[in-house]
Write a protein that binds this ligand. Structure first.
Ligand code: ADP
Ligand code: MG
Length: 375
C-alpha cells in the first residue's frame, strides 16, 4: 500500500514526478543574465496528490516524516519557516499566476539528496506545481511553472535563487542537456548521448556544506551587480573579457576577478554547446577544467573537498571534472569513461581519506526527462 493511502486513507488522483539536476557547465552565470547547461537526472521528487473540496492544502514529506497545512485562500507572500514553504509557496505562486489552485492532499517522496547540490528543492517545487496545475484543470506553460517554483523559493522560502534549477527540472530531456539563456529564458535541447560516447556522468558529493555558503553566495551576487554597474551595463552578460580587463582600475582586483569568471564562464558554456553539437566531446575536458579553475581562483567558491574530488577524478581518467552548483561544498561532476567509473570512485574516496576529509558519495546519473505525470 502507498504512503499516500496510509496517510490519507484513499488513493491519490495521480502521481507526478520532477527530476533533480546537475549542472554540466555555467556556474554563477544565471543571476548575471547568462548561459547555463544543466542536465535533468534520474533522481526526482514524486508528488502523490488528491484534490480536496474544502480548500485546504495539506502536505506530508516521507523523508522528513513531517506535515503541514494551510487554506489555499489564506496563502500569502512572506517568508515561512520549514520545508512546507516550498509546497505552500508554489501553490501561492501559481495562484498569483492566475491558476485556480484547488485544495489538495500532497505526499512527497524524493530520492534527490537534500542540500547536495542536485536541487532537491526545484524537484519538489516542480513536482507539486505540475500536480496542482493539472488538478486545477489548467495547462500551465512549462516556463511559467518553473517561474512559479523560483518565486516560491525567492518570496516564501526566502532563498534568492536563479531560474536554472526549475528550468532544468521542467525542460529536461532524456539523453540531453538543456542550454538555457537566463535573460530571454530561451531553452535549447543539446544532445548528450553518453552511452554512445562510452561515458558516464558521475556526481561526487563531498557531503559538506560550509557555514559561509549563504553569505558567500550573497556576496558574490553583490560583487557582480556592482561590477555591472561600474561597467555601465544591465548585467555582466553584456560585456566582453576585453571590456572587463580594460576597466581593471575602476573595478579593483576583487570585482575584476568576479566579473572575469562570469564573462569567461558564459563563453565556456557556448563553447561546450558547440562541442556537443559537433560531436567534439574531447573539447569538454579543457572547458570543464577551465571552469573549475575560474571558480576556484577568480570566483573563490571552491573548497578543498571539491578541489580534491575534481583532482582525483581527473587522476583516475575522467575526461572532464569540475565543481557544480553554488560551491562552498556540495558536489563535483565528472564525465568518465564507463569502465573507469569504479576507479574514479575509489580514487576520490582514497584522496578524501588521505586528506582527512569526509568520504564522498559517488554515483552515476542519467540525463532524463523533465517533470511529468506518472499515473
Ligand atoms: P538543494 O536544492 O541543493 O538540494 P536546497 O537547500 O535548495 O538544496 O533545498 C533543500 C531543502 O528542500 C530541504 O532543506 C527541504 O526544506 C526541502 N526539501 C527537499 N526535498 C524534500 C523532501 N523530500 N521532503 C521535504 N523537504 C524537502
Ligand atoms: Mg535548491
Amino acid at each position: 500500500m502507498s504512503a499516500f493511502f496510509d496517510l490519507v486513507g484513499r488513493e491519490p488522483d495521480g502521481v507526478w514526478s520532477a527530476p533533480g539536476r546537475v549542472n554540466l557547465i555555467g556556474e554563477h552565470t544565471d543571476y548575471n543574465d547568462g548561459f547555463v547547461l544543466p542536465v535533468a537526472v534520474d533522481r526526482g521528487c514524486r508528488a502523490s496528490v488528491r484534490r480536496r473540496d474544502d480548500g485546504m492544502l495539506r502536505c506530508w514529506s516521507v523523508q522528513l516524516g513531517k506535515g503541514a497545512q494551510s487554506a489555499v485562500a489564506e496563502l500569502v507572500a512572506g517568508v515561512t519557516e520549514g520545508w512546507s514553504a516550498y509546497v505552500l509557496g508554489v501553490a501561492w505562486a501559481l495562484r498569483e499566476a492566475g491558476v485556480p489552485v484547488p485544495g489538495a492532499d500532497v505526499v512527497v517522496d524524493s530520492d534527490v539528496p537534500a542540500g547536495a547540490g542536485l536541487s532537491s528543492s526545484a524537484a519538489l517545487e516542480c513536482a507539486v506545481g505540475l500536480a496542482l496545475s493539472e488538478l486545477a484543470g489548467v495547462e500551465v506553460d512549462r516556463t511559467v511553472l518553473a517561474l512559479a517554483g523560483q518565486r516560491a523559493e525567492n518570496e516564501v522560502v526566502g532563498a534568492p535563487v536563479g531560474i536554472m534549477d526549475q528550468m532544468a527540472s521542467v525542460h529536461g530531456r532524456a539523453g540531453s542537456a538543456v542550454l538555457l539563456d537566463c535573460r530571454t529564458r530561451e531553452v535549447r535541447t543539446v544532445p548528450l548521448p553518453l552511452r554512445e560516447l562510452g561515458l558516464a556522468l558521475v556526481v561526487l558529493d563531498t557531503r559538506v556544506t560550509h557555514a559561509h555558503a549563504t553569505g558567500g553566495y550573497a556576496a558574490r551576487r553583490r560583487a557582480c551587480v556592482e561590477a555591472a554597474g561600474l561597467l555601465g551595463v544591465a548585467a555582466l552578460r553584456d560585456v566582453s573579457l576585453e571590456q572587463v580587463e580594460a576597466a581593471a582600475g575602476e573595478l579593483g582586483d576583487e570585482r575584476l576577478r568576479r566579473a572575469r569568471h562570469v564573462v569567461s564562464e558564459n563563453a565556456r558554456v557556448l563553447a561546450a554547446v558547440r562541442a556537443l553539437e559537433t560531436g567534439d566531446v574531447a573539447a569538454l575536458g579543457p572547458l570543464m577544467a577551465a571552469s573549475h579553475a575560474s571558480l576556484r581562483d577568480d570566483f573563490e567558491v571552491s573548497v578543498v573537498e571539491l578541489d580534491t574530488a575534481v583532482e582525483a577524478a581527473l587522476d583516475a581518467g575522467a575526461v572532464g571534472a569540475r565543481m557544480t552548483g553554488g560551491g562552498f561544498g556540495g558536489s563535483a561532476v565528472a564525465l568518465v569513461p564507463l569502465d573507469l567509473v569504479p576507479a574514479v570512485a575509489e580514487r576520490a574516496r582514497a584522496a578524501a581519506l588521505s586528506a582527512d576529509l569526509r568520504r564522498p558519495d559517488v554515483y552515476v546519473v542519467t540525463p532524463s526527462d523533465g517533470a511529468r505525470r506518472l499515473s
